[in-house]
Design a protein around this ligand. Structure first.
Ligand SMILES: Cc1cc2nc3c(=O)[nH]c(=O)nc-3n(C[C@H](O)[C@H](O)[C@H](O)COP(=O)(O)OP(=O)(O)OC[C@H]3O[C@@H](n4cnc5c(N)ncnc54)[C@H](O)[C@@H]3O)c2cc1C
Length: 400
């Protein structure tokens, strides 16, 4: 039986471990945390992400947990339209969906089956990644396998060893996400849309409903999810201080933004570093002896969240890896070459689209709100529309 070690139990790692186990591999999943934890907040899954889940046989797991996101347009802080709904990214063939990360995590855990050996509390060290044979270790135990899947996120220890010239460069913005459970969501003024996006000079706030209040449909962990992005570095304050800053920065913005921030509690908040890997690793598939390494998800191509594609790309990676391994009939090194041939150009394209979106959303030089509006007006649909649609364009595991 072929063996695989998957490093990192985020979305990419759990999906990869399940996909390999379901296709007959003996899989060990290593996670540095003391247990497998779902990330917090919610994720938008674009049609490409849903297609990847379908390729992995996991799309059924979205039943009852995914809420469609209609075109929302973009507003100014005073509520006026910068871009009316339908002008941005409405030519993708189906709307994206939003899903609570805990719900997605549960669906993936169910897809792991009984075959995966889960080892938590194991932090792989870069110095313990062997280039000449597929093996990783934490300094105490060494794990050898035919295939090592590096799914250990933006600061990947495996990538640091295999692609040492790649590093993480901050995008100069900080971002927070949160989900407010329905029981804490305040009564909002009638007629407000369930989803929205609002933009000012460098500040961005988007929100989406996870299911309907009081209904059993939609997410089983329903509520309102929001993401806020502001210029600057990660904030060092404790969560309560960060929340106070967010309330101040977004004070005076149109409803329901201040109301949602007022209903948010410090424990709901997750602050994350935003940036990209530069340069991207030369290859996402590294040969080692008769096997090798595959880099997936943020470990391979972390990028800012402006097009909400990171998790979708991780799922594409897994669907592609599974497809090339199945097609290779046991010849691992060429399968890894093929994996990289398909995935690196695709990730590069989405990264370029993300940079274009970033230039419009967060222009350097601190444009005023009016200038941002003008930039958006000029760029749309050429830039934002094209960026969102191009990123979501992916026709399946064998397409680059
Ligand atoms: C604000 C924000 C909003 C976003 N919104 C969206 C969205 O709407 N849609 C979307 O598709 N994407 C979105 N993304 C991107 C998405 O969250 C990430 O791309 C995705 O979660 C990456 O998954 P991953 O499995 O590759 O990495 P991670 O989720 O980072 O998982 C890595 C795992 O590896 C473990 N690990 C790390 N190092 C080691 C080690 N040395 N040894 C063992 N284990 C290790 C970690 O503990 C973790 O469990 C967003 C990102 C941000 C910041």
């Amino acid at each position: 039986m072929r063996t695989a070690v998957v490093v990192g139990a985020g979305i990419g790692g759990i999906a990869a471990a399940g996909a390999l186990a379901r296709t007959g591999w003996q899989v060990t999943l290593l996670e540095r945390d003391d247990r497998l934890r779902p990330g917090r907040g919610a994720l938008v899954l674009w049609p490409n992400g849903v297609r990847a889940l379908r390729g992995l046989g996991l799309a059924g797991g979205l039943d009852g947990i995914a809420t469609p996101v209609p075109p929302v347009g973009i507003r100014r802080p005073d509520g006026q339209w910068l871009v009316r709904p339908g002008a941005v990214a409405d030519d993708v063939e189906s709307p994206p969906v939003v899903v609570h990360r805990e719900d997605l995590h549960d669906a993936f855990i169910a897809g792991l089956g009984e075959q995966v050996d889960i080892r938590s509390g194991i932090e792989v060290q870069p110095a313990r990644v062997h280039r000449e044979r597929p093996a990783v270790g934490d300094g105490r135990v060494t794990f050898e396998a035919d295939l090592i899947v590096a799914a250990d996120g933006v600061q990947s220890a495996v990538r640091r060893r295999l692609a040492p010239t790649t590093s993480f460069a901050s995008a100069g913005v900080a971002a927070w996400r949160a989900v407010i459970p329905w029981y804490r969501v305040p009564d909002l003024p009638p007629g407000l849309p369930d989803h929205g996006e609002t933009l000012d000079a460098g500040h961005r706030f988007s929100h989406a409903s996870l299911g309907d209040r009081g209904s059993s449909g939609g997410s089983t962990r329903g509520g309102i999810s929001w993401v806020a992005t502001v210029p600057g570095a990660l904030r060092p304050e404790p969560p309560a201080g960060q929340l106070a800053l967010l309330r101040r920065w977004f004070a005076g913005w149109h409803a329901p933004i201040p109301q949602l921030l007022a209903a948010t509690e410090p424990d709901d908040l997750v602050q994350e570093p935003i940036g990209e890997l530069t340069p991207l690793p030369e290859t996402f598939g590294v040969r080692a002896g008769s096997g090798g390494y595959a880099l997936i998800g943020d470990a391979a191509h972390a990028m800012p969240h402006h097009l909400a594609q990171g998790a979708c790309l991780a799922l594409e990676d897994v669907a592609t890896l599974q497809a090339v391994l199945t097609a290779s009939r046991g010849a691992l090194p060429p399968a890894l070459d093929e994996y990289s041939r398909l995935r690196r150009p695709r990730a590069t394209r989405v990264l370029l689209q993300t940079r274009k979106a970033s230039a419009v959303l967060y222009p350097r030089g601190g444009l005023t709100s009016r200038a941002v509006g003008a930039a958006l007006g000029r760029a749309n649909p050429r830039t934002l529309d094209k960026a969102a649609a191009a990123a979501a364009e992916w026709s399946g595991p064998t397409s680059a």
